[in-house]
Write a protein that binds this ligand. Structure first.
Ligand SMILES: Cc1cc2nc3c(=O)[nH]c(=O)nc-3n(C[C@H](O)[C@H](O)[C@H](O)COP(=O)(O)OP(=O)(O)OC[C@H]3O[C@@H](n4cnc5c(N)ncnc54)[C@H](O)[C@@H]3O)c2cc1C
Length: 414
């Protein structure tokens, strides 16, 4: 059996790894000259250094991430504090705080005023229990109170970055999935982890290495242009310049973005609204002892990440206003926040802005309802991607799980 995996983002890579590990033949075709998709690193000419397209955070409770990193022997490339901790700065009030949830399931920390978000009450936290239940089709603002300090100073920023969607209009079920899988399980599952030194070193290069070791055929720069169907199956794959017959018994895993999948697969219903993410990479060595990540309240920058050779800013669900702003003004606006976080004076360091317009699908109930299952109308063709019906928002965890699921279906007989 040959399994054709189309798309070398994390969904395609995880599917390919799962199939190749079972000794089946894999042909991985990726349109770009590099793998990684929306989770990639590249050498930036302006800064003359390797940067990521965007800062990617995962949590220690992300079980598919954990398994994937083990499979590709890259656990050491993802780092974070030994215990869960989240640093925040309120730019308006000028105060800082650090949340350090207890390791275990019982959140003792919320009983202590000095360990809570400043200005919050115990009852604010209890109100969050509602997110542990399922709320199909409902928005967060229909189930969670938003007139609390906890919403402004913790829930809103955290949900905004996890869902890449204004939390007010986002799906309560998708928010609930994050809460159930990580926060509700205690600090052990909430350690914030980032790739070191970059995304490629953690999630992409070791995956390609593993695939090569397992004999997979990796073809970069090979875009799938059409699928020919016959008798309820995918019968041939038309790439630029060549066509490949899908033999009886072969399988196809389509792990491309939704707007590409819609063109390849007639009748496919997929998310059609997307949100942007804006990143700025400032080239400077962070001051000694800088926290790896600081959440900002009341700024333009939302999170500031400290890497060895750069300070990187993330703005989730970036507005059109920011996306359209000229680069110089944007750099100045974001640097103002970064300089306060790290108490920096002096000239603005060299900076690269990276704008990802369709970073993720909008995590609203309407888009959630458009996410298709991995199984399709064609017996030998399966879907993967963070936008398929994983029950999670568009995240690395969701992408990896979708790849594993498609691989299991492809391996499980048609
Ligand atoms: C700026 C940014 C920040 C993010 N931050 C986080 C974060 O902090 N934490 C987190 O968990 N997630 C984050 N994400 C989301 C995460 O990157 C995605 O969920 C994940 O990478 C999606 O992987 P995927 O394989 O589903 O899709 P993609 O990465 O889009 O992969 C699809 C692949 O298909 C290829 N392709 C397209 N057309 C064709 C074709 N015709 N033939 C062959 N190949 C084709 C593409 O080139 C691409 O490589 C972020 C995303 C962005 C953009």
């Amino acid at each position: 059996m040959t399994v054709h995996v189309i798309g070398g983002g994390l969904a395609g890579l995880s599917a390919a790894i799962a199939v190749a590990a079972r000794g089946e033949r894999v042909i991985l075709s990726e349109a770009a000259r590099h793998a990684g998709g929306r989770c990639r690193s590249y050498h930036d000419g302006l800064l003359d250094m390797t940067i990521d397209n965007g800062n990617h955070l995962v949590l220690s409770g992300n079980r598919a991430v954990d398994r994937y990193l083990r499979d590709i022997d890259a656990h050491g490339q993802v780092t974070g504090p030994d215990r869960a901790e989240f640093h925040f700065l309120d730019l308006q009030l000028g105060n800082r705080w650090t949340l350090r949830p207890d390791d275990g399931r019982v959140p003792w920390w919320i009983l202590h005023a000095d360990r809570r978000v400043p200005g919050t009450r115990l009852s604010d936290y209890l109100a969050l229990l509602v997110l542990l239940q399922r709320h199909p089709g409902r928005r967060i603002d229909e189930v969670v109170r938003r007139d609390t300090v906890l919403w402004e100073k913790f829930l809103r920023p955290v949900l905004l970055s996890a869902l890449n969607t204004a939390p007010e209009s986002a799906s309560a079920d998708l928010a609930g999935a994050i809460v159930r899988e990580t926060f509700a399980r205690g600090g052990r599952y909430m350690r914030p982890l980032v790739s070191s030194p970059n995304l490629a070193a953690a999630f992409v290069d070791p995956a390609l290495e593993r695939l090569r070791r397992d004999g997979a055929d990796i073809r970069l720069g090979r875009a799938l242009r059409a699928v020919r169907f016959a008798d309820g199956r995918a019968a041939a794959l038309a790439f630029d310049g060549d066509e490949e017959t899908v033999q009886p018994g072969d399988r196809v895993i389509v792990a491309v973005p939704p707007w590409v999948a819609e063109k390849l697969l007639p009748g496919l219903i997929a998310p059609q609204a997307f949100n942007a993410i804006l990143n700025a990479h400032f080239q400077l060595v962070p001051p000694a002892g800088s926290p790896a990540m600081v959440g900002l309240i009341g700024g333009t920058a939302e999170w500031v990440f400290a890497f060895e050779d750069r300070l990187s800013v993330t703005v989730s669900a970036a507005s059109d206003h920011l996306m359209d702003m000229d680069t110089e003004s944007l750099i100045l606006l974001l640097w103002r926040d970064v300089a306060v976080v790290h108490d920096l004076r002096g000239p603005v360091p060299p900076c690269r802005i990276v704008k990802e317009k369709r970073a993720t699908f909008a995590a609203t109930p309407a888009e959630e309802a458009r996410r298709p299952a991995a199984k399709t109308a064609w017996a030998n063709l399966f879907l993967a991607g963070d936008w398929t019906d994983t029950g999670l928002p568009a995240t690395i965890e969701g992408a990896l799980r979708s790849g594993n699921r498609a691989a299991a279906l492809a391996l499980g007989g048609v």
